[in-house]
Write a protein that binds this ligand. Sequence first.
Ligand code: HEM
Length: 541
Amino acid sequence: MAGQGSASWGLESLLSRSLYALAPVLAALLLGQIYRRQRKIWLIEQLPGPKGLPLVGNLLHMWVDHEELFRRLCKICDLGNVARFWVGSKPYCIVSSARAVETILSSSKHIDKSWDYTLFRPWLGEGLVTSSGVKWHTHRKMLTPAFHFKILEDFVEVFTAQAETLVEKLKTKADGRPFDIYNDITLCALDIICETAMGRSINAQRNSESDIALRPVRLDPTSTPYRQDGRTLIQFRQFRPWLHSDFAFRLSSYGREQEKCLRRHRTPHARIRYVPGQKPRQAFLDLLLEYSEKDPTTTDEDIRDEVNTFMFAGHDTTSAAMNWFLYAMGSHPDAQERVFEEIEAVLRGSGGAPSASDLREMKYLELCLKETLRLFPPIPVIIRELKEDAVINNYSIPAGTSVVIHVYRLHHDPEQFPDPEAFDPDRFLPQNSTRRHSYAYVPFSAGPRNCIAKPKVLFLLDPKTATSASAFSFPPAGQKFSLLEMKAILCSILRRFRVESVVPRKDLKLLAELILLPKGGNLVRLFPRAGGDGGQRGGGS
Ligand code: HEM
């Protein structure tokens, strides 16, 4: 007994001595933590921003519908090119000038996505859009060559064939009565990405009620119900810190709703079986499988996540861009007539589908597309998380801050784009672009983490007549995917129909979650072009 007593006494004294020894270390760690937190708060508070409340920060300011939320974020930008807001205890720095944007986008250090993107993981997994660190780096390296492959020219056939299906559908609606064209365009873009990425046609255009065509409605911001009202579960969760933990979210009714919606979405994905050798054309999935065979660390989940990511990133953005282009054309009849005349001149009235080189010749269409992407960037904000301190426009921003790049506000900066609300495609003529900051216009983002499908020089002029080889050379094959796709579809629509937008610019309401959308859809009137094979003749001008 006496031996036992002395052993426990020995243990106790050892523990208390260790605690005494550890106490200063623990205290130092705690103080270090408090110092870092206080320093972070102090640095962030140097930035202009709305007044916040203890603990909740500006959360109450953000509890509004998403149309109002976007307006409020724009208002925060009015306070300064570099401003701040708090979501609970999370600091956000919001930047909207070219110089500030350059600091982040041009850096190879600030390439990690912010925490906000993890909310997309239940849907998109850890693909290129949502991953960070080593995983992002290896996958980006693996997938980039897919966009340099010569298959791009082959894809033009898919673009034009799907555009023809779209035109056939639109003929039945081209009677001058208003309708929402948004979903028609989206389904066409969805068919294109499935055929090009998966090597398999899903015919969403013909079967718009199919599960895949409906998309995960409570998650995808462009799915029809969420274009009309409400927020996606993702944005809802973003501004409710008590739902941030996966555990708490899963237990909530919202988590259960998300799971139900994902379960429905996963099934059709599983059903679109890739059929090797079905087409001579090589799809991204072929390339992905080919590269993954070379790298045994690539798992089936990695492949699934990249396919989901490409399906989403490859169609929601292009369909938003094409819808905004039609909105712009429908609001600017003079520009539309010029585009139409250019299409007629290039195709010389032939009824045939345009080739890749025909599409490349359509320079005015390109200028209009570029101006559309300025006025209505499909991805209106990009968020990065600083892994180390940064200096942005003389402000010290501490590591751990999420930096919101407000692309929409950047593109409306009057210093870079005089009379920024005006639709003026000539701004992008080379002689009018020379003095512009190179980070004033970033619809495809920029730097190491830019859009993988970004045309290197989106709006190119004839290299023989161009003044600067770097600015106006043709992009290498493979970086033209989105440009060729959009031109093929828009050219097919505009040569057959005249478009009129129903909602004037002053009444237009913007919805901005991950994608910038017109609230209530894209309401247009279509009129068949005389001689344009657009259905009934004579209705158009
Ligand atoms: C008009 C069309 C498009 C626009 C405006 C656009 C814009 C963007 C932007 C702004 C980003 C950066 C997002 C961020 O950092 O949060 C991005 C990334 C990405 N885009 Fe696009 N995109 C378009 C078309 C496409 C297409 C057609 C594909 C695929 C076929 C695609 C695939 C991707 C991927 C995989 C990423 C993630 C890149 C990375 O993080 O490494 N995009 N896109």
